[in-house]
Design a protein around this ligand. Structure first.
Ligand SMILES: N#Cc1c(N)n[nH]c1N1CCCC1
Length: 337
């Protein structure tokens, strides 16, 4: 009984949502897949009405299987400054015909404006390692960690696509979802993230830069946030690219040629373990003038991680590959698709 759910991109591939069923009778919510955090939290009926703006809410009082986890609370904040907090219930959660009967469901009592303003998103589904879970006094397990004993294989796969639905699968690798072979690379679990290392990169058909970059595979981040040196090197190949303080990142003329960016992964080189991000994905989106007209400049899908302390391989990267999050060892696998 392995679960499979459709991942639907929101506009500009900002985030990817999938349906989950909580409680009895089931309450359907659409939630943000996030391999960069470890809390499953949802909009709930315990929030002030003014913080709800179109989202579906979880109502534990309407679920015959909801059990309040007495004394448990949670509070989480993300790299973009957004945050939420609340209380905890144990209830049945089902994703794509696979369910866990006593999943810790973190019911929000408060969310920051970023979440209120994101009307299509009913919560966050954490798939990083459970050591990062923010429930206190006792941290809780992620849905995936709860499932592992019952899965054929202790892994999940994420197939994000540009502008069209993709797939989240628990417990098995769909041979039809990728081509060629899967190249695996070690994960440094001590960080609590799906942290891995790339050993080098090439820009377009240029020379290999043997510059290693450690980062995390993070479906909850839209862009790639990588070290300044790599960012500067890359954008020196893009006409008119410059840091644009009005827009808080590098922009360039939308008509500029934008080269592919290939990452060479650690691990045995025999499988040609590389991930190529198409230049098109790095021409992330148009920048508009305050009067709504097009500025003619586009925002880069590659931005600097300096100041973040950690580099993030977000959706712009993950859209370019079929990704296997394998808890055995643990390791990450990447394949063409
Ligand atoms: N910022 C940020 C961020 C990230 N790097 N991974 N997931 C994030 N969020 C999930 C919900 C809001 C932000």
């Amino acid at each position: 009984d392995n679960g499979s759910a459709i991942l639907t991109p929101q506009s500009n591939d900002l985030e990817y949502l999938f349906p989950i069923l909580i409680g009895t009778p089931p309450q359907e919510l659409h939630i943000d897949i996030d391999t960069g955090s470890s809390d499953l939290w949802v909009f709930s009926t315990e929030m002030p009405k003014g913080q709800i703006n179109g989202q579906s809410t979880y109502d534990p009082n309407k679920s015959t299987t909801a059990e309040k986890m007495s004394g448990a609370t949670w509070r989480i904040s993300y790299g973009d400054g957004s945050s939420s907090s609340g209380v905890v219930y144990n209830d049945v959660v089902e994703v794509g015909n696979i369910s866990f009967a006593t999943q810790a469901v973190e019911a929000a009592k408060k969310v920051s404006p970023e979440f209120t303003n994101d009307s299509s998103n009913d919560g966050v589904f954490g798939l990083a390692f459970s050591g990062l879970n923010q429930v206190r006094p006792e941290p809780q397990l992620t849905f995936f960690d709860n499932l592992v004993p019952n899965l054929n294989e202790s892994l999940f796969t994420v197939d994000l696509k540009s502008g069209e639905p993709g797939r989240l699968n628990f417990g098995y690798i769909d041979p039809n979802a990728y081509s060629g072979s899967i190249a695996y690379t070690p994960v440094n679990e001590s960080t609590g993230f799906w942290a891995f290392e790339t050993l080098g990169y090439t820009i377009g058909d240029g020379s290999l830069r043997e510059q290693s970059t450690a980062g995390i595979a993070d479906t909850g981040a839209t862009l790639m946030l990588l070290p300044q040196e790599l960012v500067d090197d890359y954008y020196s190949h893009v006409g008119g690219a410059r840091y644009d303080s009005d827009n808080g990142g590098v922009t360039f003329r939308c008509g500029a040629t934008v080269p592919d960016l290939t990452f060479h992964l650690a691990g045995d080189d025999s499988t040609g373990n590389t991930v190529t991000v198409p230049g098109d994905y790095i021409r992330y989106g148009k920048v508009y003038n305050t009067d709504g007209t097009e500025s003619g400049r586009c925002f880069g899908g590659l931005q600097s991680s300096n100041g973040f302390g950690i580099s993030i391989f977000g959706d712009v990267f993950l859209k370019s590959t079929f990704a296997v999050f394998d808890a055995k060892e643990p390791r990450l696998g990447f394949a063409e698709k």
